[in-house]
Write a protein that binds this ligand. Sequence first.
Ligand code: GSH
Length: 242
Amino acid sequence: MLELFHTPQSTCSQKVRLVLAEKSLDWTERKIDWLNGEHLQDWYLKINPNGVVPTLVHNGSSVVDSSVINEYLEDVFPTPSLRPQDPLECARMRSWRQYIDEVPTTAIRFPSFNKILVNLWKNMSDEEFEQFAKKHPLRADFYRRMGTTGFNQDDINSSKIRLTDALNRMEASLSQGNPWLNGELFSLIDISILPTIVRMEDLGMSDMWSELPNVTDWYTRIQKRPSFEAAYQGETRQLPSW
Ligand SMILES: N[C@@H](CCC(=O)N[C@@H](CS)C(=O)NCC(=O)O)C(=O)O
């Protein structure tokens, strides 16, 4: 039995839902009320000590970290394959994935938090905010840096530089005539970057790739895959506005 503890709007959760859909796997939804801190409760920290979503529980054993979860799903359910068989191709795919995890995936948090989430905490006193920040096993410093007024302009500028770099790398790779980022095969890395691109669109940042024809075409094609509709249904793209 596959259970996914996730939050519909979380980009990391979307990555896993895309793989589950590509592989047509049956899974049981365990929705985590992220805005009310369910991911920081003791019972959840037992299955994910990082206090973040998503967590996959397979036959009672938990797997954490969306990229690790996706590789695990590929190992256990190899068909249809989302990973090249050739070791060198596979290494290239994993290098891409490492870059995506380190650069655009972390960069998108800054505009996401500034445009949407910081409003949740804007009325907290410094003391209340510190109590809230320090509950986060992985992100206490990230929250302190944001504070109750949001990240500063330097952080936002640096995030934009990193997102631009990722888009340019995608454009360069796709302009070599391949349909997908790693070549002919639609792979885990197309899935890794997709939630960041969707979030950019939802935050009104799609002009950042309007002059990149290959990224534009990739995004049009990927949205036509049945997995896109499956992973992005319902409230998934309804971001709160305050
Ligand atoms: N490396 C982790 C990161 C997961 C992560 O950061 N999840 C976010 C939602 S996309 C989260 O749960 N944040 C909780 C918080 O900020 O309190 C993964 O890829 O699963």
